[in-house]
Design a protein around this ligand. Structure first.
Ligand SMILES: [Zn+2]
Length: 291
């Protein structure tokens, strides 16, 4: 089990009072240190792999543009250099999985709202989609992406909507940003049947989530028979999160991991905005992934 982290990602700044702030990683790293969990710096990868997920025009734009991509997502002088490191963390997770070892990316900015031609929702590069493409290049044939962030991963859905070598499943709160992720969105063409959205109502917690997990998630994983599982681990579905109205406990994230223990699992951080809840949920996930 390896955790990837790089302190250069602390230099990424949104506006003042923005919830996606460096303290999210700082606090989490502190809790990992206190618990004796070692982190590794990601290595650098060839940026060509980004083009599998994003248009070249968008990548060039990100390098040159300064200002607001969307009202909640700013591009500064150093943004591209830092989002690259966040993607390298995700790619390092992919590389570790190839050895049959679990891995976790403690990275920011997050990625699952980043689409082919645009970013937004605090996201610039779709870290998990980039990792899935990397795994495919390395010979992995079937990737299951489980996205339990409280928001729908519109960028990840878009990236794999027409293909069947990724099964994308998202559980998210109904009716909140990015206002996508309906049940009828099930994929197109070859991808038909390989995209599943489970929008859930405000306020539901462990009991309902575990029911969904047992009845739908585990069944879909078993049917799909993936070579490995990637998780868009957004711990903003936690009960203390200020942005999302879901009610998961810290322990529930560990229970999710226990249930998929037969697989090689790579988790990439997405949201999670209550500093302590995020830090301890990450710890819980990492501990369960280490067993
Ligand atoms: Zn989120």
């Amino acid at each position: 089990m390896k955790v990837f982290y790089d302190e250069r990602m602390l230099e990424h700044k949104q506006d003042y009072f923005h919830p996606e702030k460096k303290e999210r990683l700082e606090r989490s790293k502190e809790v990992l240190d206190e618990n004796g969990i070692k982190t590794y710096r990601p290595r650098e990868f060839d940026e060509e792999i980004f083009k599998k997920v994003h248009d070249e025009e968008y990548l060039d734009f990100l390098k040159k543009f300064r200002g607001y991509l969307t009202p909640d997502t700013i591009v500064r002088e150093n943004t591209y250099e830092i989002v690259k490191i966040s993607a390298f963390c995700s790619l390092s997770v992919g590389e570790t999985l190839l050895k049959g070892e679990n891995a976790f990316a403690l990275n920011r900015p997050p990625g699952h709202h980043a689409c082919r031609k645009n970013g937004g929702g605090f996201c610039y590069l779709n870290n998990i989609a980039i990792a899935a493409h990397y795994l495919k290049e390395k010979g992995i044939e079937r990737v299951f992406i489980l996205d339990w962030d409280g928001h729908h991963g519109n960028g990840t859905q878009e990236a794999f909507y027409n293909i069947n070598w990724v099964y994308y499943l998202s559980i998210h709160q109904k009716g909140i940003y990015p206002f996508t992720g309906y049940e009828h969105e099930t994929g197109e063409g070859e991808g038909k049947g390989f995209n599943r959205n489970i929008p859930v109502p405000y306020g539901i917690g462990d009991k309902d989530y575990l029911k969904i997990f047992d009845k739908i998630v585990l069944k879909e994983i078993e049917n799909y028979k993936p070579d490995l599982i990637l998780i868009s681990a957004g711990q903003d579905s936690h009960r203390n999160d200020p942005l999302v109205g879901l009610n998961l406990s810290t322990e529930c994230y560990g229970t999710f991991i226990k249930k998929i223990r037969d697989y090689t699992v790579g988790a990439v951080l997405e949201g999670g905005y209550d500093l302590n809840s995020l830090a301890y949920s990450n710890l819980e996930i990492i501990r369960e992934m280490s067993i």
